[in-house]
Design a protein. Structure first.
Length: 310
């Protein structure tokens, strides 16, 4: 008897949701950077566990939204959880302990606030979740268990898994449990498929990842990539044209770099990875444009499945 269903991974920004999704799938389906809120829309990855197919929904981080894009991302995250057969709430245990020690940085303090927000949201929805304690590397067991007990006492969790999404510790146990929770039924995707993401959108995400890997300290969160053309050529290669949007003229030279060297690096790294993922030669052409209102354009939201009116 085969099983198939959806498992949503929710959590504060930078809890490690995309890393865990990629680890469970066994292939890269979500981009990963140092930048908080890298994931902007739910990404579906297909994980196999015996006769069970787990459709993992890597959701945007849940935090206190300020802008239209923030609100749309948070609504998409909760939407992914509402529709799932199982929910994993991933928590950065090292951030929790840093707050207890009084050594937490501002980002870690925000993460703890976001964890509390998620707990309240689960209570309001009457939804039980699996608690995934992530980043357990080097953490003393007794300290970690104290954090687990405090969170478990909130009453919103059915069980707990200690994992390291980065090195894979505990991930197989979580995969096996999620497989058990999937309802009986036929598989929803072919066995060899690892993601449900259109090629144009995948290409844009890969380029956006390379931008943040290269200039994450200089460039603020507000940058976007749009695939404006995706052409299958007769020789079997793909010609891809993309526009990188930034909000201010002062940000354009950051992406370009001296004599265009930064943009060249971004394009080269994105092209190499896309050629591997698409299994064909890729010709990639990048343009940088300034548009201070890109995050307020309805068409951007529709392209990635976000609600413009959230």
């Amino acid at each position: 008897m085969t099983r198939a269903g959806f498992a949503a991974i929710i959590g504060a920004p930078n809890a490690g949701k995309s890393t865990l999704t990629n680890r469970l799938v066994g292939a890269k389906v979500s981009i990963v950077t140092q930048k908080v809120q890298t994931t902007r829309f739910p990404v579906r990855g297909v994980a196999m566990a015996g006769e069970a197919q787990i459709i993992l929904v890597d959701t945007p981080g849940i935090f206190s939204p300020r802008r239209r894009l923030d609100r749309a991302m948070v609504r998409a995250a909760w939407g992914g959880a509402d529709e799932a057969d199982a929910v994993v709430h991933l928590v950065d245990v090292q951030a929790e302990l840093a707050v207890e020690d009084g050594s937490a940085k501002a980002a870690e303090k925000r993460a703890i606030h976001d964890v509390e927000t998620i707990i309240e949201g689960l209570k309001a929805a009457g939804k039980q979740a699996i608690l995934g304690m992530n980043k357990i590397d080097g953490v003393k067991r007794e300290r970690m268990l104290a954090v687990v007990q405090r969170l478990f006492d909130t009453g919103v969790y059915s069980e707990v898994f200690m994992i390291s999404a980065a090195d894979g510790s505990g991930v197989e146990d979580l995969r096996a449990r999620l497989a058990e929770l999937m309802p009986e039924g036929p598989w929803l995707y072919p066995e060899e498929q690892t993601a449900d993401l259109p090629a144009r959108l995948l290409a844009a995400e890969i380029t956006r990842e390379k931008i943040y890997l290269r200039v994450h300290e200089e460039l603020p969160y507000a940058a976007a990539v749009e695939t404006t053309a995706f052409q299958e050529r007769q020789d079997g290669s793909a010609r891809i044209e993309q526009t990188i949007y930034v909000e201010r003229e002062s940000q354009r030279p950051i992406v370009l770099g001296k004599n265009g060297q930064t943009l060249k690096w971004i394009g080269q790294k994105a092209r190499e990875e896309l050629a591997e993922l698409l299994d064909r030669p890729v010709h990639l052409f990048l343009t940088v444009k300034v548009d201070e209102r890109w995050a307020d354009k309805r068409e951007f939201y529709g392209d990635v499945g976000l609600d413009f009116d959230a």
